[in-house]
Ligand binder design. Sequence first.
Ligand code: BTN
Length: 284
Amino acid sequence: MTREQHLSGSNEQNAAGMGDLTQEQLRACIRTRTLGQQLVCLEQTDSTNLRADELAKKGAAHGMLVTADMQSAGRGRRGRLWQQEPGTMIAMSLILRPTLPPDAAAMLTLVAAHSTALAIEKVTGVSAYIKWPNDIVLGGKKAVGILTEMCLEGGRIGHIILGIGINVGTGHFPAELADTATSLYLETGKRFRRCELAAEVLWQLEQEYEQFLTKGDLSAIRDDYNAHLVSRGKEVRILDPAGEYTAISGGITETGELMVEREDGRMERVYAGEVSVRGLYGYV
Ligand code: BTN
């Protein structure tokens, strides 16, 4: 058996190893029209974002979904590693081919965060919050990370890989993450089927993706995104390379920037990718 395989759920040895995230199980839960119509379900890989990118470069269609039961080198934002124990998280990467100008692509990450938060609320019944722009927070700790990677072709978007990592059944985190990371299991004491949750994410995302393309901005989700914003109305630290400052967090604009009010009353528009936002006393 090779270390990485393109599996069909009919391979019993591998299906057993992949618990509740086999191709058959996913297929049975998926009810979308475009996203996840083609599935590549891997037992183990380095990173689903890398595999999806490779497939996209070979011409894979819009909506193809790559999942893995285990990633050995999951990619996080700012070059960080995204760690996981086998069988405990959803690692999913979607190939998207939107007709959008490249500078609109950053908004997709916020769409994905909002869709994933709603999917988690629906499946688990617990309140999920968004730490701008795209972390999902349960009980004050991060349960989901999203990494969007864009491939340009001649100045246009060739494809986008939308990678979502959800800590579903993780029972404990290494000491360095224990204060800031959580899982659906740790927050609820319950076990959730990963195939069901992944399919619910696709369902929510498909609706919101279509609205986003139609409007060209976040106006369809802005109010509800803001209602899920963990920092709204709270004091935050803005880690701006040009100089850090403390401010009160407002909501997002229709193009996804965060509005904040500085201590002297000046309003600032904060751009994701340029700055980070931290809680004054911890992660949120
Ligand atoms: C973050 O740093 O918060 C983003 C983490 C994104 C992790 C997901 S897991 C599925 C997909 N594949 C990757 O290699 N990364 C993303």
